[in-house]
Design a protein. Sequence first.
Length: 185
Amino acid sequence: MERTKKRPRRSKLLAGSLAFVFLLAGSVTVSPAATPPAAKPVALNPVAEPQAPPLEMPDYRYDPKGKTDPFKPFVRLELPTPSKKGPEKRRLTGHLTPLQRVALDKVRVTGIAGSASKRVAMVEDGGGKGYIVYLGTLIGPDGGRVIQILPDRVVVEERHQESKGKEKSHRVALKLHKEEGEGRP
């Protein structure tokens, strides 16, 4: 109970002291001698200074000779074209993907993943470098294309032209290599 009696007394004391300070601040007047004198405007001489003539920009023209084209892609993509070795052997030349440069007998299937509707396979080239293949991936120098990925093999189809101009397809099945101890339990 004693605390409630002291609080109104403190707040009245605080309010009274604040009012006193504001009254003192409002009654103080500033003498004109205390203000700094106003700055007098300085008149500029109307003498014209000599101005430098405007700079003339030389006519610039871009010369692309000896410079690289910034809009030309770094990698030049060309479609593989059949070589002219004969109708019985159809080899592709030009810019080929790394998988198109490796013969099918050097390719090894190391893994197959996915569901029955969408599978992918992991293959290695002769050097041990791995690639992921899907349906339609070009593989081999003879224009092979992945046509089927089964749970245990990848089927690649190569098309050859016979001497009479007929096209004949040849299918190669690349089996999945399993390490010893692997497999279903």
